[in-house]
Design a protein around this ligand. Structure first.
Ligand code: PLP
Length: 399
């Protein structure tokens, strides 16, 4: 049966993740995969979660198993409003919204703000999940290059002027300022300030997506863009996926009261409410200090894995290659000589039993053919060196 005539017009915009198939291939037995974006399973605080769940079911079982408000449970939102003060964000309960992962928050942003042909500005490269969430609503995604200090803000302003002069309707700048997925770079302090100035000058919203800011291996914490936001233009989002567990599917948004209220309404018809059970788990995780004890353990493990990857790349990769040296997060970004197309090279890598994600997937303008994202958090320590060695061989053959 042909289903074409049944689909809504908007369904033409829906896009399967370009890397889904590739991720499936990279899970084949024997393949060392730097492709996925998964936390290391050893980073999950299983015993702590068991303790918390026992407590919840004993003391508050009925509440944890009941529906809750769309905005999130009061005690969770109150705790989050307190929690974000450690990042120098001022918030009260009315600014906080609980979501099913940041991915849902990105989709709500698209649902609430994006009409067809509106412009969203993103990094080159940028997070693929955000691209896919936004394109479902038919906007134009325009890229601005990054360097080791994040999005180049001079080029950002130039691009905005150019788009405005053509009559384009720009609405949002989307950014992952800290240890960006995919490039692992960090937006510098002066660029964070410039970005909010630019948003004010050109009357734009900023979506600040911060899954990795607590996974800092070195350097001082930088204040989020939200900290500098006096007009309520920044929609800040952070997730428990990388600091507790992605399986619990819990994140939160901090936005102006008006935007938070609208996002709650937009969310209501999607899921009625974010799971109460996981909100209460996260509430205890923060409130009772589990988080302070657990995050240093994740950081220690990931820092070690990053170091192994960097040392191995230094040892095996050809001189002509360059890569970022992330101060935190889960990814690093490699740039190979221009003549190498990393998408084409992928099959050879799989034959040699190593996987990565080709960089073009993260570029809204189709560039980035000679780049790749490497995840260092998921593979076992001893697999990292071996995987990098294999990958280096594949690259050398191509050269
Ligand atoms: C930049 C960025 N935003 C959002 C997400 C989605 O996170 P969540 O698991 O909270 O949906 C990820 C996950 O990898 C990410 O890297």
């Amino acid at each position: 049966m042909g289903y074409g005539k049944f689909y809504a017009k908007r369904a033409v915009h829906f896009r399967a993740s370009e890397i889904r198939e590739l991720l499936a291939i990279s899970q084949k037995p024997g393949v060392i995969s730097f492709a996925g974006g998964l936390p290391n399973p050893k980073a999950f605080p299983i015993e702590e979660i068991r303790e918390i769940i026992n407590k919840i079911l004993t003391e508050d079982g009925a509440k944890a198993l009941q529906y809750g408000p769309t905005s999130g449970l009061m005690e969770f939102r109150r705790e989050i409003a307190k929690f974000v003060s450690r990042f120098s964000i001022k918030a009260d309960i009315n600014n906080v919204l609980a979501t099913v992962g940041s991915q849902q928050a990105l989709d709500i942003v698209g649902r609430l703000f994006l009409d067809e042909n509106d412009v969203v500005i993103v990094g080159l490269p940028t997070y693929l999940g955000a691209i896919n969430a936004f394109v479902a609503y038919g906007p134009k995604l325009v890229g601005v290059p990054l360097d080791e200090n994040g999005i180049n803000v001079d080029l950002l302003e130039k691009k905005i002027k150019e788009l405005k002069s053509k009559g384009e309707k720009i609405k949002i700048i989307y950014t992952v300022p800290t240890f960006q997925n995919p490039a692992g770079v960090e937006l510098s302090e002066d660029r964070r300030k410039r970005m909010i100035e630019i948003a004010e000058k050109y009357d734009l919203l900023v979506v600040e997506d911060e899954p990795y800011s607590m996974l800092r291996f070195e350097g001082k914490m930088l204040k989020p863009i939200k900290h500098y936001d006096e007009e309520g233009r920044v929609i800040y989002m952070a997730t428990f996926s990388k600091i507790l567990s992605p399986g619990i599917r819990l994140a939160y948004v901090i936005a102006s009261e008006e935007i938070a209220r609208k996002m709650i309404i937009a969310k209501q018809s999607m899921d009625l409410c974010t799971p109460t059970f996981t909100q209460i788990i996260a509430y205890h995780y923060i409130k009772n200090g589990y988080i302070e004890k657990h995050i240093p353990k994740i950081i220690e493990m990931y820092r070690r894995k990053r170091d192994i990857m960097l040392e191995s790349m230094e040892k095996y990769f050809p001189e002509e290659c360059k890569w970022t040296k992330p101060r935190g997060g889960m990814f690093l970004w490699a740039e190979l000589p221009k003549k190498i197309n990393t998408k084409e090279m992928f099959d050879e890598a799989i034959k040699e039993k190593v996987a990565y994600v080709h960089g073009r997937a993260f570029h809204v303008d189709g560039s980035g053919e000679n780049t790749m994202r490497l995840n260092f958090t998921n593979p076992a320590d001893d697999a990292i060196e071996e995987g990098i060695k294999r990958l280096a061989e594949v690259i050398k053959k191509r050269l």
